[in-house]
Design a protein around this ligand. Structure first.
Ligand SMILES: NC(=O)c1ccc[n+]([C@@H]2O[C@H](COP(=O)([O-])OP(=O)(O)OC[C@H]3O[C@@H](n4cnc5c(N)ncnc54)[C@H](OP(=O)(O)O)[C@@H]3O)[C@@H](O)[C@H]2O)c1
Length: 232
């Protein structure tokens, strides 16, 4: 059985840490590299944890240059939902930029330094956690200008990555994931009693299965926890 090396960025978050634990449990996983802006509380012999500022190119460049092996799977579970505007009247430029910094730029910069680290010799995967609300065709409610726009931009970046990497690494598959509605620091302020929330563990179980099924034809696309494609 192939022994896999996994990288998870945002490993202190609810879904990120659940994904770390899920991959650690797998027999075919040799190591899980956990990247977070803070200390990751995943303690296991397979886990190697790094503190990383996703927006600091020097920090990204140093860490990636120290890595002299390839990853089979790179997952990014980074994001925030602040200032969920109900109307354009609520828009604040600084907060809009914060949403781009939290939801869009980390994947863009991690891609810059870590896409070259994807395994070229066998199938490798790079996925970032997006959100259904980033879909333009699925937008029936409006609102949440900054969060929606930051995730739509993320989806475009995922598509671009899939096109560009195809020139240098035919074995890699790049896609986005919607984790469902999941209990976390991000979703807590919007908790709706009438809605069902997945635990982070349940979402990680679903996402694991989705990631397992992905093939080259799926590159550049976005999938939900139930493995249904979310159209742009
Ligand atoms: N929860 C949901 O219902 C839901 C629904 C749809 C999509 N999502 C997406 O799922 C992903 C994971 O979210 P989660 O629910 O697990 O939330 P979470 O527990 O709040 O984790 C999000 C992680 O993102 C990183 N982060 C937060 N703010 C940041 C900032 N300003 N700059 C850089 N990094 C920042 C942090 O990672 P570190 O502290 O480890 O650095 C944080 O732990 C996000 O992309 C989110 O948009 C979640």
């Amino acid at each position: 059985m192939d022994q896999l090396k996994i990288a998870i960025f945002g490993s202190s978050g609810a879904i990120g840490s659940a994904l770390c634990r899920k991959y650690i449990q797998q027999e075919n996983v040799e190591k899980v590299f956990c990247f977070s802006r803070q200390i990751t509380e995943v303690k296991h012999e397979k886990a190697h944890c790094f503190i990383l500022d996703y927006l600091d190119e020097e920090n990204l460049s140093t860490i990636s240059s120290e890595i002299n092996f390839s990853f089979d799977i790179i997952l990014i579970s980074i994001g925030a939902l602040l200032n969920p505007e109900k109307s354009i009247k609520d828009l604040n430029v600084e907060k809009f930029n914060n949403m781009i910094s939290a939801n869009t730029l980390p994947t863009l910069l991690i891609g810059k330094y870590f896409l070259p680290k994807l395994n070229k010799n066998r199938i490798s995967k790079f996925a970032s956690l997006s959100a259904r609300v980033g879909s333009i065709s699925d937008n029936f409610l409006g609102g949440w200008y900054s969060y929606r726009a930051s995730k739509s931009a993320l989806n475009m970046i995922i598509k671009n990555f899939s096109i560009e990497i195809n020139r240098t690494n035919k074995n890699s598959i790049i896609f986005g994931l919607h984790p469902g509605t999941v209990t976390s620091k991000l979703s807590d302020p919007f908790k709706n009693k009438n809605k069902n929330y997945f635990s982070p563990e349940t979402s990680a179980d679903y996402l694991y299965n989705v990631i397992e099924t992905k093939t080259k034809n799926d590159s550049g696309k976005i999938f939900d926890w139930n493995n249904q494609e979310i159209l742009p």
